[in-house]
Design a protein around this ligand. Structure first.
Ligand code: B12
Length: 210
């Protein structure tokens, strides 16, 4: 049983180099890289979320924790092997209008790439028009939208409505995710799928393209 306490603490404390080194040494000693991400790095970030919500942690500290988490993910990335099965597919993914939270989206991108998908990451704060432009340019099979704020969740529906309006809704599968998003919400707004985490997102995309 691997002890993830130390790496969780270093994410929580925003220790960038320490987190990078701990993540590297865990994978080098044979720990599953996805477990380092989920049980170590994300688990540490979840603690940050709790303290942030309680007003016991502030934005600069949260940003340091986010940086520590990203450094850990970078260290682990080379150890994530592509899936044996070829899963060809293009996905355009971004956060919706008004939402700057990109840590989760970046993780989803990384896991999808490791599964063989071509990922077009359009970044944060995308208007429906920007999603539509990206679809026209890259012709993906899947579009992924991420939202971390309850106030930006409606932008997901607005984007889907804009796809209908632009006549491109049926050309793509639309998937949504982010902490406040649920399967029920995804169904309500007419999305084709919901993924609760990066692994679920990968499995969903494989299912949608096969
Ligand atoms: C880090 C963070 C920030 C950082 C963001 C840095 C960055 N580059 O992303 C900073 C400090 C900038 C920030 C700012 C703000 N934040 Co903030 N933030 C967080 C925090 C602590 C962690 C989010 C995170 O990265 N989680 C870790 C990742 C790995 O998880 P995840 O994003 O959920 O992603 C996973 C899944 O959801 C899924 N997924 C994600 N996207 C997608 C997409 C698809 C298609 C699929 C299938 C799956 C999927 O897979 C991911 C990987 O497993 C959360 C608390 C929390 N616990 O969520 C608050 C939180 C989201 N923030 C919050 C708030 C209020 C804000 C601010 C408004 C604060 C302020 N007053 O300024 C601003 C808004 C900025 C903006 N316009 O977007 C609130 C939102 C409350 C609400 N109900 O809407 C939260 C919940 C904190 C709280 N409890 O109050 N924040």
């Amino acid at each position: 049983m691997v002890d993830f306490e130390e790496i969780k603490k270093s994410v929580f404390a925003g220790q960038v180099e320490k987190t990078r080194n701990l993540a590297a040494s865990l994978v080098q000693s044979g720990t599953d890289p996805l477990s380092v991400i989920n049980d170590g790095l994300i688990a540490g970030m979840n603690e940050v979320g709790i303290k942030f919500k309680a007003g016991e942690m502030f934005v600069p500290e949260v940003i340091m924790s986010a940086k520590a988490m990203s450094a850990g993910v970078e260290a682990v990335k080379p150890f994530i092997k592509g899936d044996e099965i070829q899963t060809p597919g293009v996905i355009v993914i971004g956060t919706v209008k008004g939402d700057l939270h990109d840590i989760g989206k970046n993780l989803v991108c990384m896991i999808l790439e490791s599964a063989g998908f071509k990922v077009i990451d359009i970044g944060v704060d995308n208007s429906p028009e920007q999603f539509i432009e990206a679809v026209k340019e890259h012709q993906p099979q899947i579009v992924g939208m991420s939202a971390l704020l309850t106030t930006t969740m409606p932008a997901m529906k607005e984007t889907i409505d804009a796809f209908v309006e632009a006549g491109i809704r049926d050309t793509v599968k639309i998937i949504v995710g982010g902490a406040p998003v649920s399967r029920q919400f995804a169904e309500e707004i007419g999305a084709d799928g919901y993924g609760e985490d990066a692994i679920a997102a990968r499995d969903l995309c494989i299912k949608l393209v096969s």
